[in-house]
Design a protein around this ligand. Structure first.
Ligand code: HEC
Ligand code: HEC
Length: 291
């Protein structure tokens, strides 16, 4: 079966070129010229290697005039090193070391785009060496380190775990066709932003319970000001009937998501990486703050 399929699809590819009368089937060498991307697991890397020591010389010659001898950035050219721990600050310094999730991106970027004025001019071994040196500038490898095709993917970057698949479900809104709200009466009650509740201004009801981090970071986006029809934290009337159904029922509904009279509560608020226990604690906190 498989063989038959492959043969016939290859035949189709040729047919199409003929059908439109345009272009030609690219040769393997032509495809290889474009197919230069490198994946986090190292797929796509060419054979080769380079040391921090060799990288230092190449970097000084070809990179330092713009990015600085220590990766500090000259003028407005990008900073390549440092900034660790700054991501939560108002003005984070995003560098290879503080922000980038994979070494493969660094290798690929340098190989593809740098030096800025002469991209793709570096030999593969030179790219390995310079990549090793930029890692060294970020204190991620020692000065005697040798970067190779085989070990590149095994280097773990400090910020890697902050990158994850966005698995929030798509939300479908039904268009209103009759008896719709007057647009002039609709106001945006809150921007969707992560807000930290000022404990002094929190209402008396909320002061009773210790704050819950999951609520603050995720659920408050809707439940603080009633975005999307969410019952507002501390609004006793809005929560009465829900609380009457019991904590277990509310928790189950918050985990699996539901559509009610007020709107759509997405499963886990849309943050599916949260555990069931996280949701349980947050719901308990929301209940205690709203009765
Ligand atoms: C003439 C100045 C210049 C030189 C020389 C230069 N770069 Fe760059 N580099 C830039 C500019 C400009 C950018 C930003 C490009 C953009 O954002 O499109 C950049 C971006 C980068 C980035 C991505 C930074 C980030 O956080 O987005 C890396 C990594 C990098 N360069 C490495 C190198 C290396 C390694 C060399 C030497 C082989 C080099 N550069 C040589 C100007 C330069
Ligand atoms: C995108 C907006 C949104 C986010 C984010 C959100 N909710 Fe909701 N939530 C709603 C809406 C809307 C309702 C009310 C639905 C209805 O009853 O019509 C609701 C209702 C609830 C209820 C009441 C359940 C019941 O049985 O009546 C609980 C409990 C709840 N949410 C917990 C959470 C938790 C915990 C989080 C954070 C992990 C969260 N929500 C994040 C929109 C949101």
């Amino acid at each position: 079966m498989t063989l038959v399929f492959l043969v016939s699809s290859a035949a189709n590819a040729d047919d199409k070129v003929g059908y439109y009368g345009l272009g030609k089937v690219p040769s393997e060498a032509e495809i290889a010229g474009w197919d230069i991307d490198v994946r986090p697991d190292g797929m796509g890397l060419p054979p080769g290697q380079g040391s921090v020591e060799d990288g230092e010389m190449l970097y000084e010659e070809q990179c330092a005039e713009c990015h600085g001898s220590f990766g500090e950035g000259v003028g407005r050219f990008p900073v390549l090193a440092g900034g660790q721990g700054s991501l939560s600050e108002d003005r984070p310094t995003r560098t290879v070391g503080s922000y980038w999730p994979y070494v493969s991106t660094l290798w690929d970027y340098i190989h593809r785009a740098m030096p800025f004025t002469t991209p793709e001019s570096l030999e593969d071994d030179e790219v390995y060496a310079i990549t090793a040196y930029v890692l060294y500038l970020n204190d991620l490898v020692e000065d005697d380190f040798m970067l190779t095709q085989a070990n590149l993917a095994s280097i773990e970057m400090p910020n890697q775990q902050s990158f994850f698949r966005d698995d929030r479900p798509d939300v479908e809104n039904v268009r209103c066709m009759n008896n719709c709200k007057n647009p002039d009466d609709i106001r945006i009650a809150s921007s969707v932003a992560l807000e930290i509740v000022d404990s002094e201004s929190a209402s008396e009801e909320t002061a009773a319970a210790a704050t819950n981090m999951v609520y603050e970071q995720y659920c408050s986006i809707c439940h603080k000001n009633g975005v999307a029809g969410a019952p507002i934290l501390g609004d006793v009337a809005g929560w009465q009937d829900r609380i009457a159904k019991g904590l277990t029922s509310m928790t189950e509904r918050a985990i699996s998501g539901f559509t009610g009279d007020n709107g759509v509560m997405p499963a886990k608020g849309g943050f599916l990486h949260l555990s069931d226990a996280d949701i349980g604690e947050a719901v308990k906190y929301m209940m205690e703050s709203s009765q």
